[in-house]
Design a protein around this ligand. Structure first.
Ligand code: TXE
Length: 497
């Protein structure tokens, strides 16, 4: 097994000093403290990044506000679309460079970095570019009384909301940022993106490409630093009108409260949860195992929509368990820069330690380890893909998001019981049903409490369809037409004539 060679431009990029990207250029406050970016596959420090100072934060928001008022809001929709498409072209031209930087920072398999962080992100960016010319209000027929000859007309306008802050997690540092800035820019908003402190580098490079594409300075700014310090400062800044957050439920809840307290700011929260996959009694064993692998283990399970709870009919669960153990054991763990690896490290040390605590807890609760539940004997933050047979729906492993490669299996007897189990959680981001009986699926879909329900598939997103959480998994929807609501204010106009 061997790693692909790093491109010279990746090595040159890593050797630079890193900080923020403000008003069209790199910004480094030499007096501000630095934090390390660690390669989770080796635990070695890759780069150091200067934390944004409060002056820099101010400059980033000021620059976004000036760019909004002075230029971007008034740039024609067609031109905005053209520029977003040009950025998409440049991202593809720099595909390998961006993918390598992402893999080094996050431990994501290089093929996934190429396919998702670049190709798929570009597909989203082009989707948003296509919407720029289609954002519309409506006209309405009014019923106001007319005493004489006066008449009325009424219509609505969708106006860009202003400066939008995008707070991004570490699991998809480019793609999730594109969801936020692509959507914002297409609506005429400008942005300040705060990447996760674990993956702060890729967006600095994307912001440079945005300038090369011709997107005006100040439209896309990037500030880096500890979420607990920078996040609240960004949310509270009076010129920030909107916060779009993706991340964990506790942090997201805090962000929502802070956004309301900071002046009833608009907020979109895309949070995680504890997503279920329910396999109906007719579904064959081998296909069930394929489904579990698809739903739970991609990107080491570090996908907010991934399933972590798997409900299998009692008549099949033992056979599923046996085959799943074999399939998990056969996944080749290895360096994420080696194209033959099928499974890389988890993204950072804190996450690795959190998973170790989950394994301990699951054992203490009497969960049966089907496979894994331990680290792999390798230098980086590697954990084995894990499956646990839970004792009951009340086990911690069935209730709390691990955000890792950890599937918990539980047997059910009746289909009604399955629906109850699936909904027995405060969260509701996604869910999947697996059956060859379409009528069973169609009857169950309305009963499942989740923002997205897949049938015979899991973890697929399409820019044309809204995505977001029910219950405590979030507020608002991204993608589809739904995203336009997030970044525009609806203005009603009434005219008497
Ligand atoms: O996530 P956070 P973290 C889960 C996963 C992981 C745990 C912690 O289980 O182990 O969360 O990861 C910024 N105000 N998920 O700490 O805290 C932070 O800097 C404003 C699930 O990375 O949610 C980062 O940019 N912002 C998940 C972003 O919020 C704040 C994806 C996400 O950080 C802030 C990631 C604050 N007070 C982790 N504190 C999912 N389900 O999608 C932090 N941030």
């Amino acid at each position: 097994m061997s790693d692909i060679p790093l491109l010279p431009e990746v090595q040159a990029f890593l050797a630079r000093r890193h900080g923020q990207f403000i008003d069209g250029q790199a910004s480094i406050d030499a007096d501000s403290s630095t934090f390390d970016v660690v390669n989770p596959a080796t635990t070695r420090v890759l780069a150091q990044v200067h934390q944004a100072s409060s002056d820099e934060l101010q400059q980033a928001v000021d620059s976004a506000r000036r760019a909004f008022e002075g230029r971007w809001r008034d740039t024609s929709p067609a031109r905005r679309g053209e520029l977003l498409n040009r950025l998409a072209d440049l991202m593809l031209q720099h595909r390998e460079e961006l993918a390598q930087i992402e893999t080094l920072c996050s431990g994501k398999l290089i093929q996934i970095s190429r396919g998702f962080e670049v190709d798929y992100a570009v597909q989203f960016l082009r989707y948003f570019a296509g919407w720029t010319t289609k954002i519309q209000g409506r006209t309405a027929s009014l019923s106001l009384p007319s005493a004489g000859s006066e008449q009325y007309m009424g219509y609505t306008l969708r106006e860009p909301i202003g400066v939008a802050a995008g707070i991004v997690p570490w699991n998809f540092s480019i793609m999730i940022a594109v969801w936020k800035f692509g959507a914002a820019l297409s609506c005429g908003c400008t942005t300040v993106i705060k990447p996760s402190e674990f993956t702060p580098l890729t967006m600095l490079r994307v912001a440079e490409l945005a300038i090369e594409a011709g997107i005006p300075a100040g439209v896309l700014n990037v500030v880096n630093g500890a979420g607990g310090v920078l996040g609240p400062a960004l949310i509270e800044h009076p010129a920030v009108a909107k916060i779009s957050f993706t991340g964990s439920v506790p942090t997201g809840t805090g962000v929502g409260v802070a956004a309301l307290k900071a002046g009833l700011k608009h907020v979109t929260l895309e949070l995680g949860g504890k997503n279920p996959a329910g396999f109906l009694p007719d579904y064959p064993v081998e296909k069930t195992v394929d489904g579990i692998l698809e739903a739970g283990y991609m990107n080491q399970g570090q996908i907010c929509a991934s399933a972590e709870r798997f409900y299998i009919h009692r008549s099949r669960i033992d056979a599923v368990q046996e085959l799943l153990a074999k399939r998990l054991a056969a996944i080749p763990l290895g360096s994420p820069l080696d194209e033959r690896s099928g499974f890389g490290p988890v993204a950072n040390q804190a996450h690795y330690q959190k998973l170790m605590r989950f394994f301990q807890q699951a054992r203490a609760e009497g969960g049966e380890v089907i496979y894994g539940a331990e680290s792999a004997d390798m230098d980086g933050y590697y954990v084995k893909p894990t499956a646990i047979r839970a004792r009951s729906q009340h086990d911690l492993i069935m209730r709390e998001e691990t955000f890792g490669p950890v599937g918990s299996l539980l047997a059910y007897d009746e289909v009604d019981e399955l629906a109850d189990y699936m909904n027995d959680t405060p969260f509701g981001l996604s869910a999947s049903l697996w059956t060859q009986e379409l009528s069973t699926a169609l009857r169950l879909i309305p009963r499942v409490e989740a923002g997205t329900v897949w049938v015979n598939m899991h973890n697929f997103l399409d820019p044309a369809l809204p995505f977001g959480g029910a219950k405590q998994s979030g507020i608002g929807r991204e993608f589809g037409e739904a995203y336009i609501e997030n970044f525009t204010e609806l203005k009603t106009v009434m005219i008497r004539y």
